[in-house]
Design a protein around this ligand. Structure first.
Ligand code: P6P
Length: 329
């Protein structure tokens, strides 16, 4: 039977992969395994709804704004409900921080894991059938199990993540995650309803020729970022910007590239949120051999001070991020 680079048979399901990885850690209780399964289940449900959003009355704006003051899309709200319900029912999570909720969502105080998530990033692309994604981070709580979840349980450095991943609802639906032992990608086989191992040990090329940034905001960029973009053009690099972070990040991780959402006059701390966008993708990028900074420091070293704080974001191939940062000194 043909095997992949992990020595696993082709067609290994996510469930079998999780179990195999759990067996490699004698003290594993199975709680994290169950949590990953719960996330995968919610991802399948969202996938089903995303794929039909044009047919059901679930596309378009919901009519309210999220904590960021952004118009919530109907699928934003649906995704938030689905993920919260899956994690509540899965029984492994004590609290959630979600882009769609201002405050901590308290679940079961007897559980050890905290989840920070963007249930559906890039959702304004839903109506025009462009790829979108779910992003999640998993932490162990700091406060005692059984007691009320504290802010300290949520405001942990990205370096403390136990696991992180994303689900990309694209031309195929993929779940990509790490538990700190490499990055692995699973593709949903719709006829089976199973995520199947398709990208064992994902690695980000140390250099690349793709840069992703919204150049429409050029005049609001700092001089350093402007100079870096001019340098990219001088070197005939390729501009690719989908306007959906997970899709841009995923392509750049596979092919080599850099994604930038810098600080601007309108967004002095950048647009992307540290807890449930930057940290998760930074953990994955580093595990794949890439890099992620805020332009000056490693994303995973930033001490969070609020649930929805934003950060400038430079992420992708190590040599490209380092080169970009050389323009920002
Ligand atoms: P802009 C989507 O709203 C998002 O959070 C990311 O997915 C995406 O990369 C970025 O914002 C797009 O922002 O300002 O370029 O439209």
């Amino acid at each position: 039977m043909s095997k992949n680079s992990l020595g696993l048979p082709i067609g290994t399901t996510l469930d079998r992969f999780i179990k195999k990885k759990q067996d490699e850690f004698p003290y594993a209780t199975g709680e994290l395994s169950q949590l990953l399964r719960d996330i995968a289940l919610a991802g399948k449900i969202i996938n089903r709804e995303v794929n039909k959003s044009g047919l059901l009355d679930i596309a378009g704006a919901y009519g309210s704004k999220n904590v960021q003051g952004e118009d919530q899309q109907k699928l934003d709200v649906i995704a938030n409900i689905r993920f919260t319900r899956a994690l509540r029912n899965g029984g492994q999570v004590c609290a959630i921080v979600s882009e769609e909720d201002e405050e901590i969502i308290h679940l079961n105080p007897n559980c050890r894991y905290v989840v920070a998530m963007d249930p559906l990033d890039g959702s304004s692309n839903i109506d025009v059938n462009v790829s979108i994604g779910t992003i999640f981070s998993i932490y162990r709580r700091i406060s005692p199990v059984g007691g009320p979840v504290q802010e300290e349980d949520v405001l942990q450095k990205g370096q403390e993540q136990i696991a992180a991943g994303y689900i990309l609802y694209g031309s195929s639906t993929m779940l990509v995650y790490t538990t700190g032992h490499g990055v692995h990608g699973f593709t949903l086989e719709p006829s089976l309803g199973e995520f199947v191992l398709s990208h064992a040990i994902l690695k980000c090329p140390e250099d690349g020729k793709i840069y992703s940034i919204n150049e429409g905001s050029w005049k609001y960029f700092d001089k350093g970022t402007q100079s870096y973009i001019e340098d990219c053009k001088e070197r005939d690099l390729t501009a690719r910007y989908i306007g959906s972070l997970v899709a841009d990040f995923h392509r750049n991780m596979l092919k080599g590239g850099i994604y930038i959402y810098p600080k601007t006059e309108n967004t002095p701390n950048g647009k992307l949120r540290l807890l449930y966008e930057c940290n998760a993708l930074a953990f994955i990028a580093e595990q794949a051999g890439g890099q992620a900074t805020d332009g000056h420091q490693r994303i995973l070293d930033i001490n969070p001070t609020s649930f929805h704080q934003r950060s400038p974001f430079y992420i992708g191939s190590t040599k490209m991020v380092a080169h970009a940062m050389s323009f920002l000194k």
